[in-house]
Design a protein around this ligand. Structure first.
Ligand code: GRF
Length: 221
């Protein structure tokens, strides 16, 4: 099977970007990252791209006449490289119509909460302050609104009594790094079907694998 061509959009540290790179390197994901686009010249994601020989572009909205023009250019750059799936990995902007229309149901995002709960910024802090007892992360397709597109995979973690925003974020991030590459793998295998807002994954068993506390060993010695 030919490799899925991926384009990644990131604004910051890029640990999810790294988890995808690692999954490809270990051959668990049959894909190639054709391009990283960042809107932040200081993003650590750039260092990761350089280290792994991945092409990257720094593009900032202020260099364009309008936000739509910015996204038109992003779509052009991705199309030029025959990108099939666009992966948002900590991209801190709402994607606009020109990019969504260029890649319908072919843009994924990861959010650090169990959507539809706690959309927007600081999903982990929102869950803590609300008093949620379970939170987690969600991989979803991107539509024109924030964090509302069809849900692909979710993973849950407990919110512990003494959690801070940092400790909860860390626990959730461990699962982000598992489910994001997993969602991309399912996509690359042609197993994701979208009907309306419901995603069906062919032959997939949502086992306890994704409802777990990564901090607790299953079989403590
Ligand atoms: C992650 O928490 C992700 O869920 C959110 O932004 C953060 C990005 O982290 N969308 P990183 O840049 O991938 O390390």
């Amino acid at each position: 099977m030919s490799k899925l061509k991926i384009g990644v959009l990131a604004s910051g540290r890029g640990s999810n970007f790294q988890s995808i790179i690692d999954e490809i390197k270990s051959k668990r994901l049959n894909a190639k990252i054709a391009l990283l686009i960042t809107d932040n010249p200081l993003a650590f994601a750039i260092e990761r791209a350089k280290k792994h020989g991945i092409d990257y572009l720094v593009m900032m909205p202020k260099e364009f006449r309008s936000k739509d023009d910015f996204f038109i250019k992003i779509a052009e750059e991705l199309k030029k490289r025959h990108v099939e799936l666009v992966v948002l990995a900590g991209f801190m902007r709402i994607v606009r119509k020109p990019l969504i229309d260029a890649f319908p149901n072919r843009i994924m995002n990861i959010h650090p909460a169990l959507l539809p709960a706690f959309p927007g910024l600081h999903g982990q802090k929102q869950a803590l302050e609300y008093g949620a007892k379970i939170s987690g992360c969600t991989v979803h397709f991107v539509d024109e609104r924030m964090d509302t597109g069809p849900i692909i995979i979710q993973a849950a973690v407990p919110v512990l009594k003494d959690d801070t925003e940092e400790s909860l974020s860390e626990r959730i991030l461990k699962l982000e790094h598992k489910i994001y590459p997993e969602a991309i793998r399912l996509y690359s295998e042609g197993r994701i079907e979208v009907r309306g807002r419901v995603v069906n994954i062919k032959g997939y068993n949502f086992s306890e694998a994704f409802i777990t506390n990564p901090d607790v060993k299953k079989n403590p010695e």
